[in-house]
Design a protein around this ligand. Structure first.
Ligand SMILES: C[S@@+](CC[C@H](N)C(=O)[O-])C[C@H]1O[C@@H](n2cnc3c(N)ncnc32)[C@H](O)[C@@H]1O
Length: 347
C-alpha cells in the first residue's frame, strides 16, 4: 500500500536510512518533506524508535497526480472523487493541508481551505469541526494538496501522529509577547497531548527545569497553569511578577521542593547531556503526583545516523523507568530542531 511519510527537513540526509530501516520502499518526493513510499509492514512505524523520525504519516488511498492550478473546476472534481471514495466510511472529521507548508505561495493554502469548505458541504455532516475535538482513535479524512496534486486517506489522528493534515500546528512567533522559540514547542506539545489525555486543568502546578529566558513558562502561564521555574540564567524581565509564577534562580542540582508539595507535571528543556537532565528529572519525579506528566526535550547530539539517537532514546527511556516514569508518546515537533519530545507518565 502506498503511504506518505513526513520526515522533517532537518533529518533529510538520514531519510534513505530511515526508510530502509522501516522497510519502506522509496518513491517520489512530494512538497517540502513528504516521501511517497511503499510500506511492507505498517506496524514498524509506531513500534520502532526509528518511527520517531517520521513526524506524520498517511496511507494514500486516493491520489490525483496533477497540477491543480491547470485543472478547471479542480475543487469540485476533487470533492466528488473524495465523496465517492470515502463517504460510506463516515469520517469523524475532514482536514486538509498543503504538501509544502512553508512555501510563501499562498495559492495552495487557500486551495486547501476551499477544498475543505466544499468537502464539508458535499459529505454527510461530520461530527467534529474543531481539530482538537477529534477522537484520537477514530478515522479522519486527511487530504493534502500541492503542485504535485491531491493525496488523501483515512486514518486516526493517533496513528497518523497528529491532529492536523501533515501534523503541524503553526504558531505565530512574531507577537511582541513571544519570549523565545521554545514557547512554540510547549504550545505544540500541549496540542499534541490532546491525542493522549485531556488538557491539564487551570491551576495545575508545573515544575520547569531549564526555564530561561521563559518562552515555555510564558505559554504555561497564559494557559492559567502555575509554574515553579528553575534556571541558573535570568528570566526575561517581562515575566516578573506574573501571577502563578515562582522563579528559582539556581542550579537544578541544588533545588529541593518544599515539603508536602506535589506537582502535576514536570517539564525539562535543559541543555547539556541528556543523561544528566534525566538524572535531575528522576530525582525530582518523587514530587510528581501519581499519574503526573513529564514532558522531556531530548537534545540529540550531532545526528549522523539513525542508530545513535535511537540508542540514546532507549537509554533515557530505561533510566526513566527507574523513577516509575513510563513513556507513552514520542515525536519530533515542528519547532524542535535536533531534538525529540518524549512524554512520560508517573505510575
Ligand atoms: C534551551 S534553554 C531553555 C529555554 C526555555 N525552555 C525557554 O522556554 O525559553 C536551556 C536552559 O537550561 C538551563 N540549564 C541547563 N542546565 C541547568 C542546570 N543544571 N540548572 C539550571 N539551569 C540549567 C540553561 O541555563 C538554559 O537557560
Amino acid at each position: 500500500m502506498p503511504w506518505l511519510f513526513r520526515i522533517p527537513e532537518i533529518f533529510d540526509a538520514l531519510a534513505p536510512e530511515i526508510l530502509e530501516r522501516l522497510h519502506a520502499q522509496p518513491g517520489k518526493r512530494l512538497g517540502l518533506d513528504y516521501h511517497w513510499v511503499n510500506l511492507r509492514d505498517p506496524s514498524l512505524l509506531p513500534n520502532s524508535p526509528i518511527g520517531t523520525f517520521v513526524r506524520w504519516n498517511l496511507p494514500v488511498e486516493h491520489s490525483w497526480p496533477c497540477n491543480p492550478s491547470k485543472i478547471e473546476g479542480f475543487i469540485e472534481k476533487a470533492s466528488q472523487g473524495l465523496l465517492a471514495k470515502f463517504a460510506d466510511r463516515s469520517p469523524q472529521a475532514i482536514f486538509t493541508g498543503v504538501l509544502h507548508p512553508t512555501s510563501p505561495d499562498r495559492y495552495f493554502r487557500s486551495l486547501a481551505g476551499n477544498l475543505r469548505g466544499r468537502l464539508l458541504q458535499v459529505f454527510p455532516a461530520t461530527e467534529v469541526h474543531d481539530v482538537e475535538e477529534q477522537k484520537a482513535e477514530r478515522e479522519t479524512l486527511f487530504c493534502l494538496v500541492g503542485k504535485e496534486g491531491l493525496y488523501a486517506g483515512m486514518q486516526s489522528p493517533r496513528r497518523s501522529n497528529g491532529l492536523f493534515a501533515g501534523g503541524s500546528k503553526f504558531m505565530d512567533q512574531n507577537s511582541p509577547d513571544t519570549i523565545s522559540r521554545a514557547g512554540a514547542k510547549i504550545a505544540e506539545a500541549l496540542h499534541y497531548l490532546r491525542m493522549h489525555q485531556p488538557p491539564l486543568p487551570a491551576g495545575s502546578h508545573w515544575l520547569e527545569l531549564g526555564a530561561c529566558p521563559g518562552g515555555m513558562t510564558s505559554e504555561l502561564l497564559v494557559r492559567k497553569q502555575r509554574v515553579t521555574a528553575i534556571d541558573k540564567a535570568p528570566l526575561d524581565p517581562r515575566l516578573a511578577g506574573r501571577p502563578g509564577l515562582r522563579f528559582v534562580h539556581a542550579d537544578v542540582a541544588e533545588f529541593q521542593p518544599e515539603q508536602g508539595c506535589l506537582y502535576d507535571a514536570l517539564l525539562n528543556d535543559m541543555n547539556g547531556p541528556p543523561d544528566e537532565s534525566m538524572d535531575h528529572v528522576k530525582r525530582l519525579a518523587k514530587w510528581l503526583k501519581p499519574g503526573g506528566l513529564v514532558v522531556f526535550t531530548l537534545k540529540l547530539p550531532k545526528v549522523e545516523s539513525v542508530d545513535a539517537p535511537c540508542t540514546l532514546m532507549d537509554r533515557i527511556v530505561k533510566k526513566a523507568q527507574g523513577a516509575k516514569l513510563t513513556l507513552f508518546a514520542r515525536t519530533h515537533l515542528t519547532y524542535n530542531r535536533h531534538e525529540f519530545t518524549l512524554f512520560f507518565r508517573r505510575v
